[in-house]
Design a protein around this ligand. Structure first.
Ligand code: HEM
Ligand SMILES: *[C@@H]1O[C@H](CO)[C@@H](O)[C@H](O)[C@H]1NC(C)=O
Ligand SMILES: *[C@@H]1O[C@H](CO)[C@@H](O)[C@H](O)[C@H]1NC(C)=O
Length: 481
């Protein structure tokens, strides 16, 4: 037996057993229904299996049928309350930070760093989030449409032109990585970017792994890659500070040219720095991972949809023909062009509704609280599958039908029922960024190519992010719009 497995088993079974025994010894009055599911591994494995066979929705539904919208179980060794439904979404997204805190698995914290936004709460969270939003807000992002356009065209030139068959998923990951590398780090094509690609691959492989730090584990490799990226970003900080200092002599450097330059320029009223170097580095890492692994999935689902649904395809192509018609060849897309892609963004929203990239999330319970008459004790974790409300017919009639016109309405559904980007004070700050890169990419895909799925089985599973069989292979043909 592989020693990694022995350690994993030890950590998965023995430690949680002790922990649970201690935690549940104090008998609380009115705990939610549900069994701890001895042996302890049982429910963790059944959930992970459901994710891997793309039946997590059924897993949730069965659980809710059996126990109702509040139930307890043991997940990865931590006593967990599972909350379900629109009321739960609202409760969690509007809950104060003294009751619920963000909690990522240990491996995420160790790889991304203690000061990454997902670990912060209260005023620290507000400050760091404000700094990130000062770069990610539409008024700033609108000046980057042209740079995203250039990245997309370069990508198609290299990986699509002259090909008959491509794998959509890995290509979209590579494209969104490159866009982020340019706009987050200010690192363009070249040796430095190649090194980033390699290190981030190791980081992502180990972000959600058993936190066993031995030389042969995924976790250890992820930590080592993270350490290397940190050294590289530190060097970037030094270079960019220097460039900004010489700003008056060179037009090249500007505080808004990438996220890092923006963050090092932010100051408090007393002229002290707003974010420490550690905070800048941790959050640049988090954004790279949180950003490219989600939008790439959205675009891939849209590629699949457009191959399968001729009527959506016909409408969306028309929108892009209209835009392409008014552009000279080689002319970059503008913010105004994106504003015309209304139908395309509705298709994206409907895609996010039916196949959300993020399936479930976690919070940590900081103080005992009461919910629906049950006591949820401090030290437990809250787990919920927010997006299940998107397939509830009370919120979206005929929920399994793909219908982009739902999003024509100002408020297409009750509050906290469309939650692909989360909600409340921790709602995804990257949604505008995702919108821009999705629209630009779709424009060039639709204007330069037609495609057909080349594999019969185009299903996906979650690991924990959606993965396609065969990377979603497609046959492509060039076209002229
Ligand atoms: C289609 C694309 C995307 C989807 C579906 C998505 C989804 C989400 C969701 C559901 C959350 C909230 C998680 C929770 O409440 O526990 C979140 C948070 C976050 N996302 Fe995104 N995201 C996307 C793109 C991006 C991009 C492009 C960026 C960066 C440029 C980004 C950066 C972040 C960050 C920093 C947070 C943490 C916010 C906080 O804790 O205050 N995301 N995202
Ligand atoms: C990886 O494992 C080796 C050997 O145990 C250890 O020396 C090293 O510190 C680990 N790497 C990190 C980044 O923790
Ligand atoms: C598609 O592949 C998945 C496994 O990757 C399998 O579970 C599923 O049954 C397959 N579907 C069809 C229609 O063959």
């Amino acid at each position: 037996m592989n020693p990694e497995y022995i350690f994993t088993l030890f950590i998965l079974i023995v430690l949680p057993l002790l922990y649970l025994l201690i935690l549940t010894k104090k008998t609380h009055k009115n705990l939610p229904p549900g069994s701890w599911g001895l042996p302890f591994l049982g429910q963790t494995l059944s959930f992970l299996r459901a994710m891997r066979t793309n039946t997590a929705e059924n897993w949730v539904q069965e659980r809710v049928k059996k126990y109702g919208p509040v139930s307890k179980f043991n997940f990865l060794g931590t006593p967990t309350v599972f909350l379900h439904g629109q009321a739960a979404n609202k409760f969690i997204y509007t809950c104060d930070c003294n009751t619920l805190a963000n909690q990522q698995p240990t491996s995420v914290r160790r790889v991304m760093g203690e000061r990454n936004i997902m670990e912060l709460s209260g005023i620290d969270h507000k400050r760091v989030r404000g700094a990130l939003v000062s770069f990610l807000k539409p008024e700033v992002l609108k000046q980057y449409v042209g740079r995203m356009d250039e990245e997309v065209r370069k990508h198609m030139e290299m990986h699509w032109h002259g090909k008959e068959q491509v794998q959509a998923m890995p290509l979209m990951k590579s494209l969104t990585f490159n866009i982020m590398s340019s706009l987050i780090f200010g690192v363009e094509q070249g040796a430095r970017r190649d090194a980033f690609v390699e290190h981030f691959q190791h980081i992502i492989n180990g972000v959600l792994s058993m936190p066993v730090n031995l030389p042969f584990t995924r976790f250890n490799r992820s930590l080592r890659a993270s350490a290397k990226v940190r050294v590289m970003v530190k060097e970037l900080l030094r270079e960019k500070r220097q460039a900004l200092k010489q700003q008056h002599t060179s037009a090249a450097a500007s505080a808004n040219q990438d996220l890092i330059s923006c963050l090092i320029s932010l100051r408090n009223e007393d002229d002290s720095v707003l974010l420490t170097d550690e905070e800048i580095i941790d959050n640049a890492l988090v954004i790279m991972v949180a950003g490219h692994d989600t939008s790439s999935i959205l675009i891939t689902f849209m590629i699949r949809l457009l191959a399968n649904d001729p009527s959506v395809y016909a409408t969306i192509v028309q929108e892009h023909e209209e835009i392409a018609k008014n552009k000279a060849s080689g002319e970059l897309l503008t913010w105004e062009d994106l504003a015309k892609m209304k139908y395309t963004w509705r298709v994206a929203m409907e895609t996010l509704r039916i196949t959300p990239p993020v399936f479930c999330s976690f919070r940590k319970v900081l103080t005992d609280f009461e919910y629906e008459g049950y006591i949820i004790p401090k030290g437990w974790q809250v787990m919920w599958a927010a997006c299940m409300t998107q397939m509830d017919e009370k919120n979206f009639p005929d929920p399994s039908k793909f219908d982009a016109t739902r999003f024509e309405k100002q408020s297409p559904s009750p509050p906290f029922s469309f939650v692909a980007f989360g909600g409340g004070s921790r709602m995804c700050p990257g949604n505008e960024f995702a919108r821009i890169e999705t629209l630009v990419t779709l424009h060039y895909l639709l204007s330069k190519f037609t495609w057909k799925l080349s594999c019969r089985n185009n299903s996906f599973f979650r690991d924990p992010m959606p993965v396609f069989n065969d990377g979603l292979s497609i046959h492509i043909k060039p076209r002229k719009l």
